[in-house]
Structure formats: C-alpha cells, structure tokens
Design a protein around this ligand. Structure first.
Ligand code: ATP
Ligand code: MG
Length: 256
C-alpha cells in the first residue's frame, strides 16, 4: 500500500500501474527504464504542468483540429498510463489511433489493442498485417506503419517517442507533436511541437483543451499555431528545470 501522505504518492501509483501492465504483457522492461528517465525530469519540473506546457498543449490541439488526417501513435507505456484519455482525445479530434511499438510482437500489439477497445476505441490501426508500410530510412520495428494510419497522416501525435522516428516522420513531411519530459531529447528538439510534461497530466489536459477549442474558427486556430515557437517553448521549459535544480539544491546539504 502507498501511504496517501507520501510526498511521491502519485509517482509511486504510476509505477505500480506500469508494473501491473508489464505483467499483462502491455509494457516491456525497457519501457520501465524509459519511464525512469522521464521521472527524473519530472522531479526537476516539480511534477506539475508548467504554463509553457499548457501553451504547447493549446498549439498542439489547434494543430490537430486543423489537420486533415490526425493520428495518435500509442506504445505500451502510453496505453498503460492513459488509454481512456487517448480514446477520448481521438474521438473529439476525429483522429485515428495506431499501435506503434519499438519492441514489436503480435501478442503485445493485440494486448494493447484490447486495452484500447476496453476503453472505448472502435478501430485500432497498425496491428498485425495492417502495419505493412515502412517509414523510409528507419531500422527499428517502429518503422512499420499502417497505410491508413501514420503513413497517410499529416499530423501525428507521438506521446513518448524515439528520436530516430521523430526525425524520420518530420523528413516525410509530417507535422509531429511530441510529449516528452526531457526538453533536451532528440525527439523534443526535432518535433514540430513538443509538450514538456508527463503524459499522465498532458493527455487529460489535451482532452479538456480539445473540447474548448472545438468550436473555434479556422483563423483562430491558425493564429494559435502560428504564434507558437517550439524552440522558445523548449528554452522556457529548460529554464524551469534549471530553477528546479536551484530550488531543490538550494539548502545546505546535511543541514537539517
Ligand atoms: P531521444 O531518442 O528522443 O533522443 P532518449 O533516447 O533519451 O530520447 P527514449 O528512451 O528514446 O529516450 O524515450 C524515452 C523518452 O520518453 C525520454 O526522453 C523520457 O524523458 C520520456 N518519458 C518517459 N516517460 C514519460 C512520461 N510518463 N511522460 C512524458 N515523457 C516521458
Ligand atoms: Mg531514443
């Protein structure tokens, strides 16, 4: 049992959830390690959504509302941590959901598809034979994509992505929206819009934002996207992390 008043209670609950998903074959061991890298950055961010992340969320949702074929790419960690909200977001934005795994196996694709369906998804792309197209110049299993999903998408949301594939998707002419707690990662640097936040907080906020912006005019949505600078936003997130180091390391060691 995790004590309610534990300072990292939420973070510990999320770990428990990931371990449970590992047992169910949704998450792989490497996914737990990747999560740990994210946690370190979240610690420095203060485990909260910054105003910069909120700005990025607004621009990201506007971009997805303007898209012709938006697709949400889902891996094991994302399915485990926010299946319900991914399905909600897809439904509001009229986006397709595609399973895309670095460590691909048919069993795991199916387990993730089932989890998404349990959470209300009607159609899940990228499973089994559906993932018959390849992203050029990419060697990992993540190159395999669905002809009717990521392959034809104009905007792809990649919550938790590897740098190689982000770069490859951008080279294919797609707009890429990443959610990545590390503002220094290749993914964060090469995406069109990067939301520096934990997926557990960012995806529900995207759902709220999508409901709010759904009625906005095309001109207003363009204005939101055009006024956003990814480089500036990453710089601002990095400044929050720098402040976090100062804040957390400010006291004298061993003085209390
Ligand atoms: P890149 O390939 O982009 O250079 P990397 O190789 O350092 O990044 P990967 O292992 O490819 O990292 O992907 C894991 C990334 O996902 C890390 O940057 C980590 O910060 C981020 N991450 C992990 N868990 C979460 C989470 N819950 N929310 C947001 N980001 C996360
Ligand atoms: Mg990587």
């Amino acid at each position: 049992m995790i004590p309610e008043n534990h300072p990292r209670a939420e973070s510990l609950r999320v770990r428990d959830r990931l371990v449970e998903c590992l047992r169910r074959g949704i998450v792989v061991e490497q996914g737990l390690i990747a999560h740990g890298r994210g946690e370190a950055f979240d610690y420095l961010l203060g485990e909260r959504t910054t105003m910069h992340a909120r700005e990025a969320i607004r621009a990201a949702v506007a971009m997805m509302l303007l898209a012709e074929h938006p697709v949400i790419s889902v891996n094991g960690n994302v399915a485990c941590l926010c299946a319900r909200d991914v399905v909600r977001l897809a439904s509001i934005l009229n986006a397709r959901i595609e399973v895309n795994l670095f460590y691909r196996s048919y069993e795991r694709e199916r387990a993730i598809e089932m989890l998404l369906r349990e959470n209300g998804a009607e159609m899940v792309y990228g499973v089994g034979e559906r993932a018959s197209m390849s992203i050029p110049e990419l060697m990992s299993e993540r190159r395999r994509v669905d002809r009717d999903g990521i392959y034809m998408a104009d905007v792809v949301l990649v919550p938790l992505e590897d740098g190689d594939r982000t770069e490859a998707l951008v080279r294919m002419g797609k707009k890429v929206i990443a959610i990545d707690l590390n503002p220094l990662s290749r993914t964060a640097r090469s995406a069109t819009i990067t939301i520096v936040d934990n997926v557990t907080r960012a995806v529900p906020l995207m759902v709220d934002m999508a409901s709010r912006l759904r009625g906005a005019s095309i001109d207003d949505l363009h204005a939101i996207v055009n006024s956003f600078s990814n480089a500036g936003n990453l710089e601002a997130s990095l400044a929050v992390i720098r402040d976090g180091v100062e804040r957390l390391g400010g006291g004298e060691v061993g003085s209390s």
